[in-house]
Ligand binder design. Structure first.
Ligand SMILES: [Zn+2]
Ligand SMILES: [Zn+2]
Length: 446
């Protein structure tokens, strides 16, 4: 992965080797003897000690080097790559965090492909690094001087955005995070891949059905043509990615699209948003199943295992959604207070496509009282709660609301603490892209 950092060249003092392997004492001794070594670089690539430490995840050495005020956190190697770019390339999250804390500039471009650290994180699929860089961008000078959404859609020398690279390299979690952060799903490249390619073209080429699912759910246009006039369906066919082609075939059923233009969607709190996103991805998976049956592709999705144990009989009638009588009410409409399930909420809000003549989504109203929807929130549960209600209540206060339908929770959520044991938010977001731990990994931890 990435570039090899060879230290064998011109390392007679042994510094670079010691840095690479994290021998802090050796490094300290060498620098004590000859402080000028700290500014030495490797002969060919011109890597500094900080580059080598960052690329190899030697966090102690990174910390030690950064304490020296004469060390520039943005030192450049031969290809104008910063230590931060190398850390993002190699997925060394602690080094990424430390460098950003030391005010490393996230808006530097290398001389190889004109890429930033955000491109590197997306290309190599390091979700945690991508997340850290994005959150730095929200608060740093970049947001003020450049604008956050401009940064998310930053182009490399060939016109590729981080979204293009993540889609091409089959990184569905990064694709999801970028889209969720405002990456433009319809942007096309200049010279990267084939001119005029969208992320959907590149995902079709890469053959990642998870990336395609994400892109379609965010409104990617299956009819968009690249500069040679090809739609993504043709690209998938050409590269023999049959399952991808089936979903991209303009004549197959349209997926539900995340209704981001609606005001109350952009105002959703994290919990309500997670519920709706799950419902959307589930609904699309059901559609996919029907489409993919035709090409004999068995989706590795988790839907089957998770839905299999639904203990619907234990859910009392009063908790059920009054529209479908199938799911538990998880979403509350405000201001009127009516409740329904996430699936029905989406069915009311999600259109396959905005009306092409007006390019507008009509604002939906509450299906019960026809009043305007000001906000959607996670449904609160009544006071005289049964066990199930309690589970729901716990759920609605959860900061990482990534379990499936609420009624799945009743199975084992007594150990709710298990949720905080889930490795990272990133992993959970991955649920939307078809890679998730089995439910008991989330819930049943002691
Ligand atoms: Zn319903
Ligand atoms: Zn209402």
């Amino acid at each position: 992965m990435g570039q090899r950092l060879s230290c064998r060249v011109q390392d007679e003092h042994g510094l670079f080797t010691a840095v690479q392997f994290g021998h802090l004492e050796v490094v300290n001794n060498l620098l004590a003897k000859d402080p000028s070594l700290i500014h030495q670089t490797t002969l060919y690539d011109r890597h500094s000690a900080l580059h080598i430490a960052a690329a190899n995840g030697q966090i102690e050495i990174v910390i030690m080097l950064l304490k020296d005020p004469s060390v520039n956190p943005d030192s450049l190697n031969r290809h104008k790559q910063t230590p931060l770019m190398l850390a993002a390339m190699h997925g060394k999250i602690t080094c990424v965090e430390k460098l950003i804390e030391a005010k490393a500039n996230i808006l530097m471009f290398d001389s190889l492909n004109g890429r930033t650290c955000l491109h590197y994180a997306a290309y190599y699929g390091h979700f945690d690094c991508l997340e850290t860089i994005l959150s730095a961008a929200r608060t740093s000078h970049v947001a003020a001087s450049w604008g956050f959404s401009r940064f998310v859609n930053i182009r490399d020398g060939k016109g590729a955005t981080p979204l293009h690279l993540a889609a091409r390299q089959r990184r569905p979690r990064c694709v999801h995070l970028l889209l969720d952060s405002g990456a433009l799903v319809c942007a096309s490249t200049g010279g990267y891949g084939f001119p005029g390619s969208t992320a959907l073209h590149l995902a079709a080429r890469g053959g990642s059905i998870d990336c395609i699912r994400e892109l379609l759910a965010w409104g990617a246009d299956r009819l968009h043509r690249d500069a040679s006039g090809r739609i993504s369906y043709l690209i998938a066919l050409k590269h023999k990615n049959e399952a991808c082609a089936a979903l991209l075939n303009p004549s197959s059923a349209e997926p539900l699209v995340w209704p981001s233009p609606l005001k109350f969607i952009s105002d959703l709190n994290q919990d309500a948003k997670a519920l709706l996103e799950q419902a959307l991805m589930e609904a699309n998976r059901e559609r996919e199943k029907a489409i993919l049956k035709g090409v004999g592709y068995s989706s590795p999705s988790q839907s089957d295992t998770c839905i299999a144990d639904d203990n619907i009989s234990e859910v009392s009638e009063t908790e059920l959604c009054c529209i479908c009588f199938d799911q538990v009410c998880t979403i509350e409409v405000q201001d009127c207070g009516h409740q329904m399930c996430a699936q029905c909420t989406l069915a009311l809000c999600c259109h396959n496509k905005p009306d092409p003549t007006t390019a507008l989504l009509t604002s939906p109203v509450c299906p019960f009282c026809r009043s305007n929807i000001a906000r959607l929130v996670v449904a609160k549960v009544k006071a005289n709660a049964s066990d199930h209600d309690l589970d729901l209540d716990l759920y609605s206060s959860c900061k990482l609301p990534k379990l499936r339908k609420a009624r799945n929770f009743s199975e084992g959520s007594s150990s709710f603490k298990g949720l905080s044991g889930v490795p990272s938010f990133g992993k959970m977001v991955g649920r939307g892209s078809g890679r998730i731990p089995a439910d008991n990994e989330c819930i049943d931890k002691p």
